[in-house]
Design a protein around this ligand. Structure first.
Ligand SMILES: Cc1cc2nc3c(=O)[nH]c(=O)nc-3n(C[C@H](O)[C@H](O)[C@H](O)COP(=O)(O)OP(=O)(O)OC[C@H]3O[C@@H](n4cnc5c(N)ncnc54)[C@H](O)[C@@H]3O)c2cc1C
Length: 405
């Protein structure tokens, strides 16, 4: 019988899981362990409204101490789990406390990859993952004029947009020849990069950072090709790695994250994983996936909580995420990789457009910029496996939802 559940990782995955356990009627002990000092909160505003001042501290919390006390959810915040002993069924924390569990959910997420080049420890060089990171960037942004962003994935692109909105002069430095192409495909990435350039961002591509220079504080970035970019601050966003180092020696199977099946079960008995740290089996796509998006983290953690309570439904979503840049609200569903055709509806100039990705004539992903109707229909088509043609998708005379019937 499960009478104590320990959840390690107290962000959106951990937060959604403990709420779901109580909602589903679990009345045993729940202990939520988190390395950050905060109760679970939402990270998305940290690169957007929180940087620009449109969202204030506290507005992105998802739980309160009172609600946890009411639901009898115990917390250990500001504490790292340092070891897992699957035979004894215990988790050890950095202050020596040992927590026994009947079932354990690991939602330890991911941490920013570091850029260890000369000058990496100068003041004014930032990474963004936590609320504390975002506060520190915001403070520096207040007095900075020239901002360099290293890496132009979603985090870099969002910070570029937010900094531009604040009137900063922004340069992005990206190793790839086309930023955002791995996530969005070349066709859409070209549109997005054009939008950034249109807002005055100097997008440097095919450039590797060789070092940072400055007198105690970063003053310029030097690239491998010899270019120097003067700056007042730098934000590095070059991807993340799953937080699994504390599991070394536990015997849990790791492969770019914690390996799980479609029921969020790891290779160890009664140990589950979800969110950014999980490398899970997708029956829908017939492959392993590790998704670094908000919606997945919360939904998968809820799915794991239900499996822990004996409800064996596989977790098998069509992946979804969003990103806000300038006045664009981008929504993406499905798999944007491995397509051979992209069909657009609408233009960048009109401020509202969508893109449909096809492989071998089959719809694999839908993306929309400020076009909720197209997106909603596309997402439903993906879920249902609706057969549609590129010509139908491209024809703006056809309302897409009519194809669903
Ligand atoms: C700035 C920013 C903006 C984002 N914007 C969007 C967006 O617009 N749209 C979108 O879809 N997604 C977005 N994301 C991604 C989304 O926030 C993540 O996918 C989500 O936070 C993952 O949740 P998680 O709970 O799996 O992991 P995390 O959020 O990484 O949380 C894991 C928690 O576990 C803790 N932890 C790690 N190791 C240990 C340990 N050993 N012991 C105890 N605790 C530990 C960590 O400190 C952390 O608090 C954004 C992310 C960031 C950083």
């Amino acid at each position: 019988m499960t009478s104590r559940i320990v959840v390690v990782g107290a962000n959106i995955g951990g937060g959604r899981a403990v709420e779901a356990l109580r909602k589903e009627g679990f009345d045993g002990d729940i202990i939520l362990v988190g390395a950050e000092p905060d109760l679970p909160y939402e990270r998305p505003p940290l690169s957007k409204g929180f940087l620009t001042g449109e969202v204030t501290d506290g507005e992105f919390s998802v739980a309160t101490a009172e609600s946890y006390a009411e639901k009898k959810i115990e917390t250990r915040l500001g504490r790292h789990a340092t070891a897992l002993d699957p035979a004894a069924k215990t988790v050890t924390l950095d202050d020596g406390e040992t927590l026994g569990y009947d079932a354990l959910l690991i939602v330890t997420g991911a941490s920013p990859r570091r850029l260890n080049v000369p000058g990496h420890d100068l003041a004014g060089i930032h990474y963004l993952r936590t609320a504390a990171d975002s506060r520190s960037i915001r403070e520096d942004l207040a007095s900075a004029e020239r901002v360099v962003i290293v890496g132009m994935g979603f985090i870099g692109a969002e910070i570029a947009a937010s900094s531009t909105r604040l009137g900063k002069q922004v340069t992005t430095i990206e190793a790839l020849d086309l930023p955002l192409a791995p996530a969005l495909g070349r066709e859409v990435a070209e549109r997005m990069v054009g939008i950034h350039r249109g807002h005055g961002v100097d997008v440097l591509t095919g450039e590797m950072v060789a070092g940072f220079e400055g007198n105690g504080r970063v003053q310029q970035v030097v690239t491998a090709s010899g270019r120097t970019v003067p700056c007042d601050m730098v934000i590095v966003g070059i991807g993340v790695t799953p937080n699994t180092s504390w599991l070394e020696g536990s015997g849990i199977e790791l492969d770019n994250g914690i390996v799980t099946d479609e029921y969020c079960r790891s290779s160890l008995p009664d140990v589950y994983a979800a969110g950014d740290v999980a490398s899970w089996w997708s029956k829908r796509y017939g492959r392993r996936m590790r998704v670094e998006h908000f919606d997945n983290a919360g939904n998968q953690a809820v799915a794991a909580a239900k499996v822990m309570l004996g409800q064996d439904h596989p977790y098998d979503p069509v992946p979804y995420f969003w990103s806000d840049q300038y006045d664009i609200s981008l929504q993406v569903a499905g798999m944007t990789t491995n397509h051979d055709q992209v069909v657009f509806r609408g233009t960048v100039e009109s401020g509202s457009w969508s893109a449909f990705y096809l492989a071998g004539g089959r719809l694999t992903a839908a993306l929309a910029a400020n076009r909720f109707k197209d997106f909603s229909a596309g997402r439903r088509m993906l879920r249902a496996g609706t057969p549609v043609t590129a010509d139908q998708l491209a024809d703006e005379g056809i309302e897409l939802k009519t194809l669903l019937a």
